[in-house]
Each structure stands twice: as structure tokens, then as C-alpha cells.
Design a protein. Structure first.
Length: 448
């Protein structure tokens, strides 16, 4: 049963939806520590260091016999995880819509990712291939889990509430990331007091994110409800399923146009998230404690930013608010190119700028897309969305890695990402969202 079928005069159903919403928020609380502690802070610099330890005299490692500069290995592993997600997400999304059984699929994705993240405790010495494998599994599992999680939004929130509900979900995630980072900062800074080496402290921080993910995932798995299946019968698999979804989207060209715009600008956002710590440590020469503090600042400000941009969307509409955030992203990223090395204060200022626009731009993009999804195709369409969110965000890391491999400069790599925000702005500004919502068969909110 979709949310649009619920009558306003059904208090029992309204209470049940509120309960689902609260459970839904907790999945962001559960899995966001992976994005924060693992992907953004610790794994990039640590896996790069492990790869350099295993590198030859020229600074190259050779996974499957392919020469790869050690400094690019992490970025390439992120890109490889995307390829896995591209193959898996359309199949899982279609299966969820056809069977109506999202919860078992969400549980499988959550605990696969949590197990792989916990396994990062064993990443030491020169085990860069183990690190790359665990990264691919965890990142792909998180993409699948987030696709299923996002597809619940149009089922648990009426159109007028989706910006607020989506923003609260992101705020929960950033709050969890902040708490975990505080604990990580204490452990890492005082690792000698805990009887741990610096590398052992990093491995504990990585593994604890997996344990957190698995423990708190129990709450949404208890509260979220499966809905009736949309259709019966066998479904095409893998890339055939993705092709079928894209063909169906061609009947909704304005939905597809929004997805293209989101693919472009979100590629820039995701690359900044995954590569910022590498940029800070390798190019600016900042220590791990500084990087943790900067990401903690991002998390704290992102909570306020997500809620504030949710309120702005009520006044100015989601589309205009997102466009404003893309302007802010462009200015912030361009400023990052000129940051002086060894100056943590300037890096904190940059982190503050990112934090204020990060949560809101992602939360509002998710809620805006939920209006463009035809009823009954939530998981299928959100599989394509998630390919844009985490899945199709492979060009940015690939460009970042290739640029560094060719130039040896992370500054050159970071400045190339400005193009994603500029092009994404132009594409998004051209999408007539009110018309797109009506064509998808959904009610058009008063302010969008």
C-alpha cells in the first residue's frame, strides 16, 4: 500500500507511519558511521599507506598483474565497488518491487556490509588486496542497502512531508557520525593509554563502525513494513534489469533528466567525501587527528545544515534550494585548491563550508526524486537513483585517481571536480519539476 492511498482520517495508520518513520531514521543512524569513519576518514589514508608498504621501488603495486600507483589504489577500489553495485542494485530493486519483500533484502545488504567493515580489523602489514576486497564488498553492500532504504520514503511519508522526513533521516546519520568520530578521536589520540599502536587504533576504529552498523540495523528491520508486491513473475537480471528500468524511464523523460543532473553533481559530492581525507593527508600534510576533527566539524554542521535547508525548501522549494547549494559547493571546492599546506585552520574553514551544504543537498535531492517516481516502482527507480548516489559515482574517483597518476598532484585532482557542480547546476535548472511530478502520476505539492 502506497502512502498516497492513506486517508487523512485514519489515525491508526498515521500512528503506524510515524513509527515506521522513526525506525527509518535509525537505518541512517546505523550505516552512516561507515561513510564517516571508514570511507571519509580512516580507510583512504590507511589503505594508501598499506599499499605503499607493499609497493615496489617505483611506488607501484600490481593487483592481478596490473601496475597501479599506490596513491591511486584507494580511488580505483572505490570505482570497482561501483561496477559491482551497477550489476547488483537493479536486480535487487526489481526483486523488491516484484515480491514486496524489502526487509529481508535490506537485512542481507546491511549485514554483508557490516561484516566486511568489521573484517577491516585484519587489514595490516601489506594486505592491500584484502583491504581493496573488503572495501568493494562493504561499499557495494551499502549502496544496495541505501537503495532499499530510500525506496521506503514515498511509502512512509506523504508528499508535503517528504523534504522534512528526508532531512531528518540525513540529520540522524550525521549525528551518529559525529558521536562515532568523537569516540574515534579519543581512541586514536590516546592510543598509547589504551595499549594500542597507531595502526591498531585505526583498525579498531574501522571495525567498530561495522559493529555499530550491524547493531542499530535491528531497529529499522523491526519497524519497517513490507508492502504488497506490484507484479508477479520472473524478472530479468543484472544489466538487463537496469536496461529495462531505463527504458521505462524513457516514458518519463523529465524524471530521467533530473536523474542525469543528479548523477553529475552528486558524482562531485561523493568524490569530495571519499577523497578529502587523502587530499588533506597527502597534499596538505595534515595529521590524522586534524582530519578527524575536520570531519567531525562537517558532521556537526551537516545536522544543522540538513534541517536548515529542509526549512528553506518549504519557502523557496527543493529545486531552488538545491541549486543554491551547488553554487556553494563550487565556491567551496575552488577555494580548497588554494589551501596552504600544514595549515589546519584553513582546512577547518573548508570543512565548515562543506558541512553546511552537504546534508541538505543530499536530503533534498532524495525527497525531490521521490516525487518523480511512478507509484509501485519505488525500489526499481531508487535502484537507478542509488546508482547515481553511490553507484554511478565512479567518474569522479576515477578522474581523481587518473589525474594524480598523471600529474602527481592532488591539487590538480581536486580542482577538476568543479566541473561536476557547474554542469550539474545547468542540467538541474532545466528540469521542469512540477510538470515531471504530474507526468509521473503523483500529486504536485504546493511548493516544490
Amino acid at each position: 500500500m502506497g502512502i498516497d492511498t492513506v486517508r487523512a482520517g485514519a489515525p491508526d495508520e498515521t500512528a503506524a507511519l510515524r513509527r515506521e518513520q522513526r525506525g527509518w531514521y535509525v537505518y541512517d543512524w546505523a550505516c552512516s558511521v561507515y561513510s564517516t569513519s571508514v570511507l571519509t576518514v580512516f580507510l583512504g589514508p590507511y589503505l594508501t599507506a598499506v599499499a605503499r608498504h607493499a609497493a615496489d621501488a617505483d611506488g607501484y603495486v600490481h593487483p592481478l598483474g596490473v601496475p597501479v600507483r599506490a596513491g591511486s589504489f584507494f580511488a580505483y577500489a572505490v570505482s570497482l565497488s561501483v561496477i559491482v553495485a551497477v550489476l547488483v542494485m537493479p536486480l535487487v530493486g526489481s526483486l523488491a518491487d516484484r515480491t514486496g519483500r524489502k526487509k529481508p533484502l535490506l537485512a542481507a545488504a546491511a549485514y554483508t556490509g557490516a561484516a566486511a567493515t568489521t573484517g577491516m580489523f585484519f587489514l595490516d602489514g601489506d594486505r592491500y588486496l584484502l583491504g581493496g576486497l573488503l572495501l568493494v564488498v562493504a561499499n557495494a553492500a551499502q549502496s544496495v542497502g541505501m537503495m532499499l532504504y530510500n525506496s521506503y520514503l514515498p511509502q512512509i511519508a506523504p508528499p508535503a512531508d517528504r523534504d522534512a522526513v528526508s532531512s531528518r533521516g540525513w540529520a540522524f546519520g550525521y549525528a551518529a557520525g559525529s558521536l562515532m568520530l568523537v569516540a574515534d578521536l579519543v581512541l586514536y589520540s590516546a592510543h598509547d593509554s589504551f595499549g594500542l599502536s597507531e595502526t591498531a587504533a585505526v583498525r579498531v576504529c574501522l571495525a567498530s563502525a561495522g559493529l555499530w552498523w550491524g547493531a542499530f540495523a535491528l531497529v529499522p528491520l523491526r519497524r519497517l513494513r513490507d508492502r504488497h508486491a506490484r507484479v508477479e513473475g520472473a524478472a530479468p537480471t543484472g544489466l538487463r534489469r537496469l536496461a529495462a528500468t531505463v527504458r521505462d524511464m524513457r516514458r518519463h523523460p523529465r524524471t530521467l533528466a533530473f536523474l542525469l543532473a543528479y548523477l553529475v553533481y552528486n558524482d562531485g559530492i561523493q568524490t569530495v567525501i571519499t577523497q578529502a581525507s587523502v587530499y588533506g593527508s597527502e597534499e596538505l600534510g595534515l595529521g590524522q587527528s586534524t582530519l578527524i576533527g575536520a570531519v567531525l566539524l562537517v558532521q556537526v554542521l551537516a545536522v544543522a545544515g540538513a534541517l536548515a535547508m529542509g526549512r528553506l525548501a518549504r519557502v523557496h522549494g527543493a529545486q531552488r534550494t538545491i541549486l543554491g547549494s551547488l553554487v556553494a559547493w563550487t565556491i567551496t571546492l575552488a577555494a580548497g585548491y588554494f589551501l596552504p599546506a600544514g595549515a589546519p585552520v584553513f582546512f577547518y574553514v573548508l570543512a565548515a563550508g562543506i558541512g553546511l551544504v552537504l546534508g541538505g543537498s543530499q536530503a533534498l535531492s532524495r525527497s525531490l526524486f521521490s516525487h518523480l517516481v511512478p507509484p509501485g516502482k519505488e525500489a526499481e527507480y531508487f535502484s537507478a537513483y542509488e546508482l547515481s548516489d553511490r553507484g554511478m559515482s565512479w567518474l569522479g574517483p576515477l578522474l581523481f585517481g587518473v589525474t594524480y597518476q598523471l600529474t602527481g598532484s592532488y591539487r590538480s585532482a581536486i580542482v577538476s571536480l568543479v566541473a561536476f557542480f557547474v554542469i550539474g547546476f545547468v542540467l538541474l535548472a532545466r528540469v521542469p519539476v512540477r510538470r515531471a511530478i504530474g507526468e509521473a502520476g503523483n500529486p504536485v505539492p504546493e511548493r516544490i
